[in-house]
Design a protein around this ligand. Structure first.
Ligand code: ALL
Length: 332
């Protein structure tokens, strides 16, 4: 604001101007950003998992495109199994009176009551990534739209990629996601379908709780019990990393195929090194952005579809090589 203008408006005028600036959220002359119309909480799971870092980055980039539209409040938990902490976060968001909660629940059942409380407080809730359990929603009379991928389809793609390397009768094992996460259950079904098509035999299937160290222990025991195992299908990349560590310790690296899910950067290196056969990209950033867009649509009174399916893509060594060649094309 110019000096001359300051002198002209006087003290009373200054107060009025300041108030007007506050109400508008910004003053054009001060150049300060306008106050966002909505506050949207993105409630994620373990921030130690790169999948959720990618999710947050995607949401952040979307927020920055139009900072006047909404302010993103991104939250997560430290441990994949800390369901109570995620419930606490939802309650904190209710107390802070955010306009919307976009949540990737750590547990498909246990988070339903907290989200119902949020809806009762007038907050728009959108479920992303891991779907809530239909029976639990029904029992709580909660209607929460879901935006996310078809996990069965994604896992089947990875399983089919592995199937091309197997012979009928080959023994394989599954490392499952955390119990009570429907996306983990769906991935198991997708793996099973692909293995049935290939005539492979699933000799073991246990949870690795989505975590590297847990999966490492589980896979160590599996390879001891089944020394002729040909492949291990892991429901996420964190656990595929654990499987690779266990195979290395058992002197079996390279002789047992490993399949992952998520396409985190560490697994891309493993695929390039031949330690992992393939993974599945479920585009974590896009899942969050689609969920947020949906929440904003609901907030602005637009009618949106009930559930929205997001993309899943198989990622193999060939795909990574092609992507690398695109990024740094060799000169003719
Ligand atoms: C799921 C995601 C991932 C991830 C896992 C760990 O909901 O879809 O695949 O690795 O959460 O929390």
């Amino acid at each position: 604001m110019h000096d001359r203008t300051l002198r002209r408006v006087g003290a009373g005028g200054l107060c009025a101007l300041a108030l007007a600036g506050l109400l508008a959220g910004c003053s054009e002359e001060s150049g300060s950003p306008a106050k966002p119309k909505y506050r949207v909480a993105l409630v994620m799971k373990s921030l130690a998992n790169e999948f959720f870092k990618t999710m947050e980055d995607g949401a952040r980039a979307h927020e920055q495109k139009d900072p006047t539209r909404y302010q993103l409040i991104a939250n997560g938990i430290k441990d994949e199994r800390d369901v109570n902490k995620q419930i606490d976060i939802v309650d904190q968001m209710i107390a802070q009176r955010v306009n919307a909660i976009v949540i990737a629940p750590a547990d498909s059942k246990a988070l339903v009551p907290a989200c119902k409380r949020a809806q009762e407080a007038g907050i728009v809730v959108v479920n992303i990534d891991n779907k809530f359990d239909d029976d639990t929603l029904m029992a709580k009379h909660a209607h929460i739209p879901f935006v996310g991928p078809d996990n069965r389809k994604g896992a089947r793609l990875a399983g089919q990629c592995l199937a091309a390397k197997l012979h009928p009768g080959d023994k394989v094992a599954i490392v499952e996601g955390i119990p009570n996460a429907i996306n983990g259950t769906m991935r198991k079904l997708g793996f099973e379908a692909a293995m049935a098509e290939a005539g492979a035999v699933i000799v073991d299937s246990q949870t690795g709780y989505w975590e590297t160290d847990k999966a490492e222990k589980v896979v160590s025991a599996m390879v001891t019990k089944h020394p002729d195992l040909k492949a291990i299908l892991c429901a996420n990349d964190s656990m595929a990393i654990g499987a690779v560590a266990a195979l290395k310790a058992a002197g079996k690296l390279g002789s047992v195929y490993v399949v992952g899910y998520d396409n985190i950067s560490a697994i891309q290196n493993y695929i390039l090194d031949g330690k992992v056969l393939c993974t599945v990209d479920q585009h974590a950033g896009e899942i969050a952005v689609e969920g947020i867009r949906y929440a904003l649509d609901i907030l602005s009174g637009h009618v949106a579809p009930d559930h929205k399916e997001t993309l899943v893509d198989l990622v193999t060594l060939d795909d990574l090589k092609k992507a690398a060649a695109k990024e740094s094309p060799t000169k003719p």
